[in-house]
Design a protein around this ligand. Sequence first.
Ligand code: NAD
Ligand code: UGA
Length: 450
Amino acid sequence: MNSNIVCIGAGYIGGPTMAVIAKMNPDRKVIVVDINAERIAAWNSEDYSLPIYEPGLVDVVKEVRGKNLFFSTDIKGAVQECDIVFVGVNTPTKMFGRGSGRASDLQYWEATARSVKEYATSDKIIVEKSTLPVRTAAAMDAILNDHAKYSFTVLSNPEFLAEGTAIKDLLEPDRVLIGGPQTEVGLAAIQEVVDIYATWVPKEKILTTNVWSAELTKLAANAFLAQRVSSINAIAGLCEATGADVDEVARVVGADKRIGAKFLKAGPGFGGSCFKKDVLNLVYLCESFGLHTAAEYWSGVIRMNDHQQERIVSRLFGAMFNTLANKKIALFGFAFKADTGDTRETPAGTVARLLAAEHVKITITDPKALDNAKKDLADLTGIVYEGDEYKAAEGADAVVLMTDWRHYPSLDWRKIYDSMRKPALVFDTRNCLDAEGLRKIGFKVLNVGK
Ligand code: NAD
Ligand code: UGA
């Protein structure tokens, strides 16, 4: 009989991942649990107003919820009912004490491990789904198996999905990674988790490694992606200074198969819950092992990213007669990327704060992220949140496009121009609008890397 699965943590990772696992494993019961009752209620809501927005997610949840996928706050009951425990709780950057600002805060993870140990009434396979520092599995093993009644085998199965394409990434992953102890028990546990994925992922895409390699691979993969974004953004500054066009440079650089075309889009810098956190975690790990030059190298990726948002504001200054006070600027898009309502570490948040410090009258519009924007900027007074882009732009001196929402290029930019104060500026930080068309309308246009 196939083992039942519990996932602790019903967030961006736990919810979509388990929904797809349940869909592809109809003979297994999958229970997703969380301490956040409001979140669980949203996952269970009759009208499917799920706690996160992700294209295609509602359809998968509709297909399996109540059949073999369940959302619950009963962590104890779920742990007792299941032999495989995925843990997808948050692992944010620690903001206190040792390693503050760099290390991962592992308190949620440890609390989870301790509750699994307390509630277990049989042996369990524990699967790290959260992104964790290398050797966390050793700490977990020590906590779980010390004076334990039952035996716990800790595996690492990091998740590579990106927000906005989570369901597609889960259904058609480039690879699935499962790391575990290279012992008889460890290899058997790895096989159990391989079996879950093998119901839909081709065997050659399911890669198995030792547990440390799996933990480190996740950090390395995110660091490499973040580094590409910082690399192209570093080139973007040089393009602006020299008359080169960063999109042209990226197209030709990326045409080299050894380099590849993806993750070479210059913009406002990377956001999202993971790139910064994971690169900082890598920096901390390098420092902890005395690898100071490597730590410096990865720190540069973050420094370049922060600089990109400062540059956006500097360029606004330059284009708006060196004073921004009391001017109205409309930020188009607040989510850290299109197709998500997630605003964690969004470049738009940093830009909003830099503009607020200059006493700018800020209006923010976004099709999915306004609620999160309000929460993120709750300490700033005077910001207007507006769902309608045309109203957001009314009377503005500048529109700063921060998120590449698909419908922005097809807005009626003539109508927007007519309602703005002149001279009217558009700063397209995603290079997704028709700059020439905008100039013909009368806008002054700024781009990144052009
Ligand atoms: P999230 O904050 O959306 O969800 C985490 C959930 O865990 C929350 O709902 C929280 O209430 C719950 N939780 C915390 N402590 C708990 C406990 N003791 N018991 C039960 N529930 C508890 O976070 P997320 O974005 O889903 O990320 C989770 C992990 O997955 C992180 O380590 C992250 O780095 C990793 N990850 C995230 C993504 C992504 O796209 N968001 C992608 C890959 C990996
Ligand atoms: C990223 C990784 O792509 C996933 O593989 C990983 O699982 C995930 O982090 C994680 O660990 O959380 P995500 O942050 O959801 O996924 O989104 P990405 O598509 O990677 O975009 C990250 C940021 O980089 C966004 O702000 C995006 O706008 C920016 N970006 C991306 C660019 O500025 N240019 C690019 O060419 C690509």
